[in-house]
Design a protein around this ligand. Structure first.
Ligand SMILES: [Zn+2]
Length: 115
């Protein structure tokens, strides 16, 4: 890619001087030009979904556990079992949320690092 060192305008191959500043264009590698493009917005959706799961995991896991215990409940259940299940749901949701969040984070991190 060709760019003007003064006004930073981009030019297609074939141009030699900037039409505004009349100075010689400089060649910069396309790789750098690619990297400086804004991050794909598509990465934001899985990231937000994963974040939502992580943030809501205490509520969701409580709801799941309560649904599991209360319907067939004659009022007698082991509180330790309830807490075990609550934690199991909670950690599962945290894990799922983290896995969904991970690819966008790695993508952004990689892009940030290579600039
Ligand atoms: Zn220029």
């Amino acid at each position: 890619m060709l760019i003007c060192p003064v006004c930073k305008n981009e030019y297609q191959e074939g141009y030699k001087t900037c039409s505004d500043c009349k100075c010689d264009l400089i060649e910069i590698p396309d790789v750098i030009a690619e990297k400086s493009k804004p991050v794909k917005a598509g990465m934001l959706i899985p990231f937000l979904l994963g974040l939502l799961i992580i943030l809501c995991s205490p509520i969701i896991s409580y709801q799941f556990t309560a649904d599991f215990f209360i319907p067939d409940g004659n009022g007698i259940f082991d509180p330790a079992q309830f807490i075990w299940m609550l934690n199991a749901f909670h950690y599962s949701l945290l894990l799922v949320g983290s896995i969904i969040c991970l690819p966008p984070i790695l993508y952004w991190f990689k892009n940030r690092n290579s600039q």
